[in-house]
Design a protein around this ligand. Sequence first.
Ligand code: MN
Length: 287
Amino acid sequence: MTTPPAPAQRFLAPARPISPGLTVRRALPVAARRQVGAWTFLDHIGPVPAQAPPLAVGEHPHIGLQTATWLFEGEILHRDGLGTEQPIRPGQLNLMTAGRGIAHTEEGQPGALHGVQFWIALPAAQEAMEPAFEHHAELPSGGGPGFRAIVFIGEGFGLRSPARVHSPLVGAELLTEGAARLPLRPDFEHALLLVEGEATLSDGPLRVGELLYLPPGREALGLEGAARLVLIGGEPLPEPRVLWWNFVARSWEEIEAARADWEARRTRFSPVEGGPGHRLNAPELPG
Ligand code: MN
């Protein structure tokens, strides 16, 4: 006899502006769910129609995390303070490790855009590591009952991404057809985002813009329909993270120090050459 897994929870992702004329659905963090494993942030970008103004995110800093960008349509040009200038297209991964600090810019190209961007909290031992950037054009794909998967980060479905991560996790794009059964790691918590199409679970259909959270203890998830989804999962973090503006840390002191360094243009954040030409100012700290 086995204990049934804890019930799934659904959270609606609110719309948030990220660039002039462009809103995203922020699926993580939401009020009732701050993290899924080390995953602390998930923006669903678009689908943005071709006639919309291209994404233009000015120079801004990060600490304590990795940003992962994954597109379904369109192109984004990434530049950072390491001198990286890297376009990303569908099926490719951009992974920027902020560590102790990095600044970057992101520019969409003319045309439609559809994708996701994640933040992954670094473990305490790596949060002050040197910043780094990786681009992966080739990522492993495979499948199982009723689904195809591309594992862009971590390990899952018998596939392993070459991207360098610092804790056990999985990030995958899934294409389902008919009745799918997704094997899951019971030591991970997971979340599933419907990107497009139709996906029905045992308790009803999933809506676009809805994040399905699956507590640890689950060995599989059954769903029905033709859909494109994103699955993330990982071991629950031993310590919760403070997330403020573009910073992830374990204490407010680290956040305040990073904000002060950014505002004073200290060397922690090497400047980005080129890009859309504007620099984002940090908001005021909460009182
Ligand atoms: Mn960023």
